[in-house]
Design a protein around this ligand. Structure first.
Ligand code: NAD
Ligand code: DAU
Length: 354
């Protein structure tokens, strides 16, 4: 038995592959294009491990995907690959349509052809697990109930619209062709190997470099944070026991305003790596807001808890401490991801916000 993971060199995908192989000997074929967000360093501990087969390539390359499915005969496809950063989707939405919509379409079509040709017993056991986001549901008013799986789709950014489109394709491939799919919609992840373009790693990396900590607008936007290994355990639970064609929301019951997150990161750094210049919070700088910025996300995770018995293992307090410590312990990784491309992105995104 083998699973095919797409996007397994990215933040969540690499955490998933590492977690999977720490808990099981079932091999993983890892298809990743290695965009700016993909990094084989995340998987360095698997070098020489025959259970991990890495293939650099595009989910939109039908010939490649057909060949991988025919060669490795996976019992499941876990689809993480995506363009994932909202700010980048505002500056350049084309890549999001190409990978998240067209790429998912190609992957679904290749998977359908492979699945239809499987012997009946294997066809029944096969799964296509689509990894998606809570952002497809849009923005919540401050006192509105958290997103359930039946919340209407109201995506507001090019990123969330492209993910919503991919969710709809996955749903349609189940209803029309009977492809055995499950979809998970998760809240904001944080933890090791998180590329420092996203809020939490950016704040840690900037603070350690003595740079401004750019908080969009008033910083009162709310996200629901989940430690990444809890997302991985939820995916394993849904893959193993989720009902076909169903979606499952995944979240940590950890709603926090961005400004609170930034202060927490600063306080942890003050404790673990104090600066001679004074408290890190001195670097907090309010900058021009993200266009179309969603005000609040919150996940109602009761369905996965009640049906599958999943619960997060980490609280925000334990998870954020581990995360800050991980960045302090991995200065080499941080230095290596700060390439010329990364610096160009910082200029593109932040120069006009000052
Ligand atoms: P990421 O940007 O860190 O990683 C994406 C990975 O996909 C990279 O390794 C990249 O090289 C690869 N990739 C991109 N285009 C590809 C293509 N055309 N073919 C093959 N590989 C390609 O993203 P992430 O934060 O790890 O997110 C993974 C998935 O989880 C995404 O589908 C995202 O929408 C979803 N998600 C993310 C979060 C979050 O907080 N980060 C929350 C919920 C859901
Ligand atoms: O909700 C799940 C989603 O979470 C995932 O689907 C996305 O892939 C992932 O990137 C994340 O999206 P967000 O837009 O919520 O994450 P980001 O880290 O970019 O921003 C978190 C919040 O922090 C958001 O309200 C914007 C704000 N922010 C972000 C950056 C990068 C700032 O205030 N300053 C910043 O510099």
């Amino acid at each position: 038995m083998t699973i095919l993971v797409t996007g397994g060199a990215g933040f969540i995908g690499s955490n998933f592959v590492l977690d999977w192989l720490a808990q099981s000997d079932e091999p993983v074929v890892n298809l990743d294009l290695l965009t700016y967000a993909g990094n084989l360093q995340n998987l360095a501990s698997l070098q020489g491990d025959a259970r991990h087969v890495f293939v650099q390539g595009d989910i939109g390359d039908r010939v490649l995907v057909d060949g991988l499915l025919a060669t490795h005969k996976p019992r499941a496809v876990l689809h993480f690959a995506a363009e994932s950063h909202v700010d980048r989707s505002i500056h350049g939405p084309g890549a999001f349509i190409k990978t998240n919509v067209e790429g998912t379409f190609t992957l679904l079509e290749a998977t359908r052809a492979y699945w239809q040709a499987l012997p009946e017993a294997e066809r029944g056991a096969f799964r296509f697990h689509h990894v998606s986001t809570d952002e497809v549901y849009g923005s919540l008013a401050p006192d509105a109930p958290a997103f359930t799986e039946t919340h209407p789709y109201e995506p507001n950014s090019p990123y969330s619209a492209s993910k919503a489109a991919s969710d709809h394709l996955v749903r349609a491939w189940h209803h029309t062709y009977g492809l055995p799919v499950v979809t998970t919609n998760c809240s904001n992840n944080y933890g090791p190997w998180h590329f420092p373009e996203k809020l939490i790693p950016l704040m840690i990396v900037n603070a350690l470099a003595g740079k401004p900590l750019p908080v969009y607008g008033d910083g009162r936007q709310v996200r629901d944070w989940l430690y990444v290994s809890d997302h991985c355990s939820a995916i394993r639970a849904v893959l193993a026991g989720g009902r076909l064609g169903e979606t499952y929301n995944i979240g940590g019951w950890n709603e926090k305003a961005n400004i609170e997150i930034v202060h927490t990161v600063c306080a942890l750094l003050d404790e673990l790596r104090p600066s001679a210049e004074g408290p890190y919070a001195r670097l907090i700088t309010h900058v021009k807001d993200r266009p179309g910025h969603d005000r609040r996300y919150a996940i109602d995770a009761r369905k996965i808890e009640l049906e599958l018995g999943w619960r997060p293992a980490e609280t925000f307090g334990t998870g954020i401490r581990k995360t800050v410590q991980w960045y302090l312990d991995h200065a080499d990784w941080v230095a290596n991801v700060q390439s010329g491309g990364y610096r160009e992105w910082l200029t593109t995104n932040y120069a006009a916000r000052a």
